[in-house]
Ligand binder design. Structure first.
Ligand code: NAP
Length: 287
């Protein structure tokens, strides 16, 4: 559809932003439904976040997505926050209504949808989460709000303890544990789910894995890597070799995007077209 004065604008802010799959994913969805909308990648330096939000208001954007490093800086710039965004302390989707900006976090619900879509019920499951950064906050919030028992390990033990403490009011139980190979092996024995939220194994450092080579992964656990480039990381290869089920980060990316799409447009998102656009964009990038 040709751009015109009636075209509605949304986009994604990040630094850097060139490799984001979101423009391909959302523009494919607009095309599939014949909507006169356009999604643009917007490089925003860390120091320019407040100006960027003033720009969203001034330019009449319908909303915006945020990626690294802006999710944690956005809550302070919103007029309103959803309970999830407030609890997680991060906004990945902004809905602009008039001059008001409403901050959402669709990472947590996107993560839960990606699990339920493959028949994994997170309610009251036992999970081991590797990493305690921004993505881990959404994952741990999602799991603990479903009553899961979460064991959290992170390179910096203090950060894991702080995260566990932040969510102590949620129904689930969260405990922080040191990142040591033998302790990991013991913790993994009884879990239903292991989630990698670290960037270890992401392109171009594809030989890395958060899981020690000498420590067996339990065949009965679902091994979930939030990384989607490459789709099969070394961690997921280790899972496959151990006979465990694996899940890559692309379905979560698509579901968080689908929820943002619904918030902005009010229209049911074409999830299959969004997934296909991401797969095609990854192939174009040669991974
Ligand atoms: P972040 O806030 O920078 O956190 C990174 C985490 O990884 C921290 O816990 C950090 O530990 C740990 N870490 C980094 N390098 C490490 C290393 N060499 N050894 C051990 N631990 C290391 O990043 P993020 O925003 O959470 O993103 C993390 C990953 O999730 C990225 O790969 C991102 O692409 C992915 N992600 C995917 C989705 C999706 O939709 N699929 C959504 C969000 C994020 P310290 O605390 O010790 O530094």
């Amino acid at each position: 559809m040709p751009l015109s004065g009636r075209t509605r604008l949304v986009g994604v802010i990040g630094w850097p932003i060139a490799h984001s799959l979101s423009p391909a994913m959302h523009n494919a969805a607009f095309r599939a439904l014949g909507l006169d909308w356009c999604y643009v990648p917007l490089p925003v330096a860390p120091s320019a976040l407040a100006e960027a939000m003033a720009g969203v208001r001034a330019l009449g954007f319908q909303g915006i997505n945020a990626t690294v490093p802006h999710k944690e800086g956005l809550p302070a710039l919103m007029d309103e926050l959803t309970p999830e965004a407030r609890a997680i302390g991060a906004v990945n989707t902004v809905l602009a209504r008039g001059q008001g900006l409403l901050g959402h976090n669709t990472d947590a619900s996107g993560f839960l949808r990606s699990l339920r879509e493959i028949g994994f019920e997170p309610r009251a499951c036992r999970a081991l989460v590797l990493g305690a950064g921004g993505a881990a906050r959404a994952v741990v919030y999602a799991l603990a709000s479903q009553g899961a028992h979460v064991t959290l390990v992170n390179r910096s033990a203090e950060r894991a303890r702080t995260l566990a403490e932040a969510f102590r009011e949620l129904p689930g139980r969260i405990e922080a544990m040191p990142w040591l190979a033998d302790a990991l092996g013991r913790a993994a024995r009884d879990v239903d789910l292991i989630v990698n939220t670290t960037p270890l194994g992401m392109w171009p450092e594809m030989d890395a894995s958060p899981w020690p080579a000498e420590t067996p992964l339990p065949a009965g656990a679902l091994c979930y890597d939030l990384i989607y480039n490459p789709r099969e990381t070394r961690f997921l290869r280790q899972a496959r070799e151990a006979g465990a089920r694996g899940l890559d980060g692309l379905p979560m990316l698509v579901h968080q995007g689908a929820e943002a799409f619904k918030l902005w447009t009010g229209v049911e998102p074409p999830v299959d077209a969004m997934l296909a656009a991401c797969v095609a964009a990854l192939q174009r990038e040669g991974s």
